[in-house]
Design a protein around this ligand. Structure first.
Ligand code: 76R
Length: 248
């Protein structure tokens, strides 16, 4: 048996994608629509407080294309808290006019492939901050789930840890060239959801998603072993963008 990579886990993550039923939204009275919007803003305010109290973080983005209209990415300490946040939204007025289109459950994960030997990760404040990250308020988000292949000679899980380390080093080197342009949060989902990882990328310039993901396609880890689910890409929603989105 080859050796599993050591992983560190942080906050649990829920990516929650919704489409808006515009006919149902239109059918609400102006009063109900206002109440729905106020309620959404108050939920967002509550999420912000979780961030200030360092008990979690939430990102809220519109989604471009037909896969969804918006998504929340919630990070919380426990699965129970994630469940509460999800249920609380489900009880809101806006949720009554949305259709769930996709969700993803995972946990912030750092793997030890590139860890410095002899350093106790729990003593490294940078690492600890990355396990419980405040999600960036970048203009754009890109999310997709992925697996590492288990297919004949291309079985990631049958490689020795040294082979995997070498490949992950190359992966990390490509990634580092995007420092300051793309922020990645890797969440592990083995045993939690249908794919093995969720990849969430944040950037001010959405084109950098294409540049980064394309460049990685040529790198061995992705070229030989990467299997990808659906891609979701979107734009940051703040108060004025929410008002625009919901205005009739
Ligand atoms: O955590 C670190 O920064 C150390 C280096 C590193 C690891 C261990 C790293 C760096 N990644 C790691 C692990 Mn990554 N990453 C992806 C994708 O589309 C594709 O082809 C793949 C999707 C992108 C775009 C990306 C970006 N990474 C992982 C893992 C876990 C693997 C395992 O445990 O087997 C996955 C699934 C994965 C996938 N990676 C980086 C990036 C970027 C931009 C970096 C540099 C980050 C930085 O230096 O700040």
């Amino acid at each position: 048996m080859s050796e599993a990579a050591q992983t560190l886990e942080g906050w649990y993550a829920l990516h929650d994608f919704r489409a808006i039923d515009w006919n149902a939204w239109r059918a609400l009275s102006a009063k109900e629509r206002n109440a729905a919007q106020d309620e959404l803003l108050s939920l967002l305010h509550q999420y912000k407080q979780a961030e200030e109290n360092k008990t979690g973080s939430t990102a809220f983005y519109s989604i471009v294309g037909q896969k969804a209209d918006f998504m929340f990415m919630h990070l919380r300490e426990t699965l129970e808290e994630l469940n509460e946040v999800e249920t609380q939204f489900n009880k809101s007025i806006l949720a009554q006019v949305t259709v769930p289109t996709y969700s993803y459950v995972s946990i912030v994960e750092l793997s030890s492939y590139l860890a410095k030997p002899g350093v106790d990760p729990m003593e490294d404040p940078d690492l600890l901050a990355r396990l419980k990250p405040i999600l960036p308020k970048a203009k754009h988000v890109c999310f997709y789930p992925m697996n590492k292949k288990r297919d004949g000679a291309d079985n990631w899980y049958m490689l020795s840890i040294d082979e995997r380390k070498t490949m992950m080093r190359s992966h990390g080197m490509i990634g580092r060239q995007y420092a300051g342009k793309v922020k990645q949060i890797i969440t592990g989902s083995v045993g939690l959801d249908d794919w093995e990882w969720g990849v969430t990328l944040f950037a001010e310039d959405a084109l950098q998603f294409k540049k980064l993901v394309y460049e990685m396609r040529f790198d061995e880890v992705s070229a030989r072993f990467g299997e990808f689910g659906d891609f979701y890409v979107g734009n940051l929603l703040d108060e004025s963008k929410i008002a625009n989105m919901l205005a009739l």
